[in-house]
Design a protein around this ligand. Structure first.
Ligand code: AMP
Ligand code: MG
Length: 319
């Protein structure tokens, strides 16, 4: 993996590649920031600058922005490498915790329109940890079997077991996104889902999961470029679906649906973070940071040995 970053004084911040600090940035600055490591150029912690503030106008988001980050792409890639090591260490602690009877887990929920980079987050961020500790699940159009149950059935079945990092590529929130936009259910039915989603997530959090929900937001222009690339490259055709263009044409409806989803389902137990996604390096760095924070917040040490270490050493020496 990449080298460790060199020491930086942090005094001469490189030019910001797009300042879009959210409304909550000021509030965040008052909190004591975690200790910095060389190469850390977050001037506002990602969790503070990206956490959704109810009522923010989603349509004003700068999708090419790099909120909170004072460095450039190269700086970001350096920090990714160091954070990757920390993330892997924290995830291994979580796994060990689960193996020794602990009940904690982490659930990363990824939402975003086609080409917003959900798959890239899975590959490049989640890919930095040990795959045996990951429970990944992508949610598409419900299968005939899934349709026989209520919409949370398939979600419950995919929840991370204790000790696991669960990753949802799309999620139960599609019930207020595609279901709303494509009128798959009457208004009075999908409207009830906001409260149901919140109650469900409260239950999941109470059972021991730290929930991190991320909406990736790609601009229409960047989406067009990415779809064009999928069409141009035979190795990307498998990712393309002709319906992607239909969805693209419904962007205003999706934006309205996302706006209300964010406003109504960002809770203390399951906050939403909105990540500008035109710069893939930034989105990946930001989600790495959010995930690292979530794992750190569990504050897990290594489980103590349930055997006599000295006695085992002596036994081994005799063999
Ligand atoms: P992809 O993520 O590109 O593999 O596409 C998955 C597709 O499944 C998207 O078009 C989603 O809109 C669709 N999808 C996901 N969840 C649901 C749902 N609950 N009802 C209907 N369609 C869904
Ligand atoms: Mg797709």
């Amino acid at each position: 993996m990449a080298k460790k970053p060199g020491r930086s004084t942090g005094k001469h911040a490189t030019k910001s590649t797009g300042e879009t600090a959210g409304k909550n940035a000021g509030k965040a600055a008052k909190k004591s920031a975690p200790p910095r490591e060389p190469g850390d150029r977050w001037e506002t912690p990602a969790a503070d600058v990206l956490r959704w503030v109810r009522g923010t106008d989603l349509s004003t988001l700068d999708q090419a922005g790099t909120p909170g980050w004072a460095g450039d792409r190269a700086d970001g890639e350096k920090l990714m490498a160091t954070r990757g090591e920390e993330l892997a260490d924290l995830q291994e602690r979580l796994f060990a915790h689960g193996r020794t009877g602990g009940d904690r887990s982490v659930l990363l929920v990824l939402q975003g329109l086609d080409t917003s980079g959900k798959g890239g987050i899975v590959r490049h961020v989640v890919g930095m940890v040990d795959p045996q500790g990951v429970m990944h699940r992508g949610f598409g159009v419900p299968t005939p079997e899934e349709q026989q149950h209520d919409y949370l059935w398939r979600i419950r079945n995919a929840l991370p077991r204790p000790g696991y990092l669960g990753v949802f590529d799309r999620s139960h929130h599609e019930q207020v996104l595609v279901v709303r936009v494509d009128r798959l259910e009457p208004v009075r039915v999908w409207r009830k889902h906001f409260a149901e989603l919140n109650a469900f997530e409260t239950e999941v959090a109470a059972a021991g999961s730290a929930i991190v929900k991320v909406t990736l937001v790609v601009s229409p222009d960047e989406q067009k470029t990415r779809l064009a690339k999928r069409l141009d490259r035979p190795d990307k055709h498998w990712k393309y679906n002709p319906s992607d263009i239909d969805v693209r044409l419904k962007r205003p409806e999706y934006l309205a649906a996302y706006q209300e989803m964010l406003d109504r389902t960002s809770t203390k137990d399951a906050p939403w973070y909105v990540v500008p996604a035109d710069r893939k390096w930034y989105a990946r760095l930001a989600v790495t940071e959010l995930l690292t924070d979530a794992l750190r917040s569990l504050d897990l040490g290594w489980p103590p040995a349930d055997f006599d270490v000295a006695a085992e050493k002596a036994r081994l020496a005799e063999t």
